[in-house]
Design a protein. Structure first.
Length: 132
């Protein structure tokens, strides 16, 4: 089976790899893979640079601490893996507004940024609400 055809990864191959990573994650750490906690910890690390006394009293960070851990490194690995995948498939390109968005809603960068921010906020709120 080819792992890459016409600039795309086989969804079966990619799914199998994701499954193996998930199994290894539970085996090695006893926890399921996730990303939302890493964003919360990153925000706390940045806040800790400016207002350390505030972060030190938050119950969540007293218990878990704003630190680089395996989940934080997992998110870095996702970014690095996505870069490697796009470079190896020849699909990498820098653009502020994706072609699909541009054809449907126009090329305004500000509009795209606002919608992307709001969508990310809703997704992150849902993930944190579900304790994800």
């Amino acid at each position: 089976m080819k792992t890459m055809e016409k600039g795309q990864w086989s969804p079966y191959f990619a799914g199998a790899l994701a499954g193996l990573v998930s199994i290894f994650s539970v085996w090695a750490t006893g926890k399921y893979i996730g990303a939302s906690t890493s964003f919360v910890k990153s925000a706390a690390m940045v806040e800790n640079l400016f207002i350390p006394e505030r972060v030190a009293v938050l119950d969540y960070f007293v218990k878990n601490g704003p630190k680089v851990d395996w989940q934080w490194m997992f998110v870095v690995g996702i970014l690095a893996g996505a870069l490697v995948a796009s470079l190896s498939s020849g699909t990498f390109k820098m653009q502020a507004v994706p072609d699909m968005w541009k054809s449907r809603f126009g090329g305004a960068i500000g509009k795209r940024a606002v919608v992307a921010f709001l969508g990310g906020t809703v997704a992150m709120f849902g993930a944190r609400l579900a304790d994800g």
